[in-house]
Design a protein around this ligand. Structure first.
Ligand SMILES: C[C@H](O)[C@@H](O)CC(=O)C(=O)O
Ligand SMILES: [Mg+2]
Length: 450
């Protein structure tokens, strides 16, 4: 970091409630979340020299205002700090945010306060990238292992991974780093899409989108299931007929089933050869997932979960119990980048593939960095792994993701790709944004202020 950024204080932390009316077209719909309005609590951290960092956590519309309030409450721990002091002992700072002696009672490390933590932490990473003029994936990949582990709070993890073991994994992970960095810069990182699979889409729309993504080079597709078995059977048959049997198909139930129900339902869908069933039951039910995994293994179906996993401790248990074969970290959840790094390290140690959840608002923009770091500097492979890709709200970002031939291209701009455009802020801040005012006037949505 340049000398000029030493001793710079954080002078403000602003937060905005941003909502996009995706429910109008059933974008993002699944068996549990039937009408999501993709939204986020958006954080702007400003330094005394005027430099800003941007971060967010993803929400589905209603409730974003609660996350916004939690961020305001946590901001007192951030504002006034010298930013380089934070980065020197980032793990310790992370703990000060998540373990504040009174606030922790309304978590700890879960729910609204942890979503708020994620938004703030993600903004601090964006700011760090901007200060050192590197995209976050490269900032992480260039770090000495000692510095990287100093970002992580290993509390509650030592029965699975210690700081010393993490250091060993990271030192080993560096072998061949330059070569992989070149591969990444040339080819990018593979992705699959859920864009053709939302539950509220008609068959015509599914066909159109599946063909569009096939033509764009995609070889892996995810479909939503879990509302009605006969509909699922018909839709899977319909989609297999479009994409063929050589391509990969995943299915996602978004937590709607009981454990036995998940097993029974999936036995009916097994003939369509899904690679995984995602979130078959409660995101907290480690042993339930393990039971489903054991029952479906003979059918060749794996279990994926993690997009609503609340923290590293629960991830630890999923990994320990062989309850998931695909670990779906989510960049806007748990406590942001620092805590997610610990999940990558546990997954590496226990040999579980990480296939991040993305989509929403800004999730693709952020998570590409983490998976690229993992490829370059930890697991060293993208074999049998993908990052999810959903074509939603990228136009709202100053540096949107770039996809070519079903690969995320490595971001080059400094930071975490989290800055929203001026137009997005003017139009979609809720409820006073121009687009919202216009939709209220037309009666498309109800104005919450009236
Ligand atoms: C409500 C969200 O769109 C959710 O369905 C996303 C998801 O489960 C996924 O992309 O996977
Ligand atoms: Mg999912």
């Amino acid at each position: 970091m340049s000398n000029t950024s030493e001793n710079l204080k954080i002078v403000s932390l602003d937060v905005k409630d941003m909502r996009f009316p995706t429910s109008l077209h059933a974008d993002g719909s699944d068996a549990m979340h039937t009408d999501p309005d993709y939204s986020c609590a958006y954080v702007i951290i400003r330094l005394q020299n005027g430099l800003e960092g941007y971060g967010l956590t993803f929400t589905l519309g209603r409730g974003t205002e609660i996350v916004v309030e939690a961020i305001r409450t946590l901001s007192s721990i951030v504002v006034g700090k010298v930013v380089t002091d934070i980065y020197k002992e980032f793990g310790a700072f992370w703990r000060s945010l998540t373990s504040e002696s009174q606030l922790r009672w309304i978590g700890p490390e879960k729910g609204v306060t942890h979503l708020a933590t994620a938004a703030i932490i993600n903004a601090l990473w964006d700011l760090w990238g901007r200060l050192v003029k590197k995209p976050v994936w490269q900032l992480l990949a260039d770090m000495e292992p000692e510095q990287l582990v100093s970002c992580i709070d290993f509390r509650y993890l030592s029965n699975v991974i210690t700081k010393e073991e993490a250091l060993e994994l990271l030192k080993k992970g560096r072998e061949g780093r330059e070569e992989r960095m070149n591969v990444l810069l040339q080819k990018g990182y593979p992705c699959y899409t859920t864009q053709a699979g939302w539950l509220g889409y008609s068959n015509d729309k599914i066909r159109e989108l599946a063909n569009k993504f096939l033509n764009a080079g995609f070889t892996a597709f995810k479909l939503k299931v879990g509302k009605n078995l006969q509909d699922d059977i018909q839709r899977l048959e319909f989609v297999r007929n479009i994409i063929g049997w050589d391509r990969t198909l995943m299915v996602d139930a978004n937590q709607v089933w009981e454990v036995q129900e998940a097993i029974d339902w999936m036995k009916h869908l097994a003939k369509f050869k899904p690679l995984w069933i995602e979130e078959p039951t409660s995101p907290d039910d480690v042993l339930g997932h393990a039971e489903i995994a054991r029952a479906l293994k003979p059918l060749g179906i794996s279990i994926a979960s993690g997009e609503m996993c609340c923290n590293r401790v629960l991830f630890k248990q999923f990994l320990q119990a062989d309850a998931i074969q695909y670990c779906q970290i989510d960049s806007a959840r748990i406590g942001g980048v620092n805590e997610i790094l610990s999940v990558y390290l546990m997954a590496k140690k226990l040999g579980v593939k990480v296939c991040p959840h993305a989509g929403g608002v800004g999730l693709c923009e952020m998570v590409q960095h983490l998976q690229m770091w993992d490829f370059v500097a930890l697991s060293g492979t993208s074999e049998g792994k993908w990052v999810e890709y959903v074509d939603q709200q990228h136009e709202q970002f100053v540096y949107p993701t770039v996809i070519e031939n079903a690969h995320y291209l490595a971001p080059r701009a400094p930071g975490y790709n989290t800055e929203l455009t001026k137009e997005a802020l003017e139009n979609y801040v809720y409820p006073q944004g121009k687009e919202w005012e216009s939709m209220f006037a037309k009666g498309i949505f109800t104005d919450p202020r009236k």
